[in-house]
Design a protein around this ligand. Sequence first.
Ligand SMILES: [Ca+2]
Length: 158
Amino acid sequence: MAILVSSCGGGGSGNSSANSANQIELSTTVNVDVNNLPQDGMLHVYVSVDGGAQQDMQITNNDATALISNLPTGSHTIDIEVVFVYDNSATLVLSSATSSVNVAEGSSLLDIANTSYISTYDDDNDGVSNLDEINAGSPPFDSSCVLEVSVVGDCTLG
Ligand SMILES: [Ca+2]
């Protein structure tokens, strides 16, 4: 038994086989400054359906996408969590969103808007959100640390 997943390059009107294996193409924009992330870890965007296991979404710049298949027709709850995972396994939730989706037969698209995200997580309780601290390059676990700004540049030498 084989499961084939085809990605159509657009334009084609592929076969629409009516069965119970509906799928949604999920996409969302991550409100994280991906160019300014700590070096000692990795950004993950997790999605779970109806409280099930989390799966990694694919991240390209600020866009995260996932193909969720085998969904029964009807209403489902999609939970998305944007998490920075440090190399030492510490995790920091930056933002999350929950969306309800009515899955139709076949394939459908779901885009979760940036504005749906809650990003008030503040692990070190210093009043600055994890997201703001990550975006500012400040250690989100240590409220005693202040933001350091260093200027790196080439001086013109004679
Ligand atoms: Ca904080």
